[in-house]
Design a protein around this ligand. Structure first.
Ligand code: 3HC
Length: 326
């Protein structure tokens, strides 16, 4: 069969390739970069993995803002370690993405021109130290819930990257929750600062897990391909059920007057999410979208000389190695 016929979705051969692929997914086999895969499977993974990587890198900005203002050396060290971890997560995910045939430069170009999304949650401001606690506790808490199922996703490099990421996320969530515990045990002003941060981060953290299942355009196919193992609403409910008792334990009130334990469903019922706000932020009209993009593009432009120097050094190394072996 010619390459053309294999590529042509209508031919017998390409249909059997598709059937073999679906059978592999059904058998929970890992799909590796060099394996045959439907073009849509490849594109869906480039979409989700690149947005995930962009989120990790842009996610460094809100917290980076507080490293020099941490209240103690211990807090500074923990926050510094967390922000560095996020950079590493971005690199794992960009590298996993490149195995699907897209270059790092293309990925950056998509982010810097606004073609690619990153998580809505990182477009909110960090106005007090308590925001560092709320981000670790809520944002990384939601991220863990979202990322643990991804350790079992069908695409090998993504699944393997997630195993390492999830181990580090657990530290991120613990250090954030510890900040909130300390503040709630401090002065009334400190407790109020923690409550204020919870009030501002609770709803954006629920939105971060994506639109409702009814609104989600990718969930059905992503579940079929075992890219997604749980739907957005399942992940959101799991996050709420896990986090409400943690807030109660430290005397903080979840800012949702409709929040109520439902003995029948064994889950918390919760109030309406402001999806207009979510889509406004996703479309670039959030409180910090412009600031975040300016910071990313600025860093890319200011770092050009470093990239050029590294490439020049690498080329010099290659030339001298070639001379040695010739
Ligand atoms: N922010 C921005 N865009 C979002 C979004 C969010 N929180 N949630 C959904 N969207 C976008 C989707 O990208 C999609 O747009 P597209 O077609 O242009 O890509 C559209 O809204 C429809 O949403 P779907 O639910 O159909 O999209 P998905 O099936 O991709 O589900 C998701 C969304 C649950 C976020 C999924 O992409 C996912 O699980 N991604 C991997 C995890 C991830 O990226 N997390 C982001 C945060 S990273 C992080 O938390 C780092 C930690 O260290 C703090």
């Amino acid at each position: 069969m010619s390459e053309e016929q294999i590529k042509n979705p209508g031919t017998e051969h390409s249909r059997s390739l598709e059937a073999q692929f679906e059978a592999r997914i059904l058998r929970d086999e890992k799909i590796e970069p060099k394996d045959w895969m439907p073009e849509k499977y490849r594109q869906t993974h480039i979409r989700q993995m690149s947005q995930h990587a962009h989120s990790e890198v842009v996610g460094m900005l809100p917290e980076g803002n507080w490293i020099t203002r941490a209240p103690s050396l211990r807090r500074k060290v923990a926050l510094l370690a967390k922000v560095q971890d996020e950079a590493g997560h971005g690199l794992y995910l960009y590298s996993a993405c490149e195995t699907l045939g897209i270059s790092r430069d293309e990925l950056y170009e998509q982010l810097h021109t606004g073609k690619a999304k990153y998580s809505s949650i990182f477009n909110y401001p960090t106005v007090t130290w308590a925001d560092m606690g709320a981000i670790g506790w809520l944002v990384d808490g939601a991220a863990i819930i979202n990322q643990v199922p991804l350790c079992n996703t069908s695409f090998g490099p993504y699944a393997r990257a997630m195993v390492r990421v999830c181990k580090e996320e657990s530290f991120h969530q613990r250090q954030g929750y510890e900040i909130m515990v300390k503040l709630t045990q401090g002065s009334p002003e400190q407790k109020e600062m923690a409550q204020d941060a919870l009030n501002r981060w609770w709803w954006p953290a629920l939105m971060m897990l994506g639109p409702t299942d009814a609104e989600s355009i990718h969930t059905e196919q992503s579940m079929k391909w075992k890219l997604k193992r749980k739907s957005n609403d399942e992940l959101r409910q799991q996050f709420i059920d896990q986090t409400v008792p943690q807030a109660e334990l430290i005397g903080l009130a979840i800012p949702d007057e409709d929040l109520k334990w439902n003995e029948k469903t064994k889950h918390y019922d919760f109030g309406a999410i402001n999806w207009d706000e979510f889509w406004q932020v996703v479309k670039g009209h959030g409180p910090c979208n412009k600031e975040r993009m300016a910071a990313r593009v600025g860093a890319w432009e200011r770092g050009e000389w470093v990239r050029d120097a590294a490439m020049a050094h690498a080329e010099k190394q290659t030339t001298s190695l070639k001379k040695e072996v010739s």
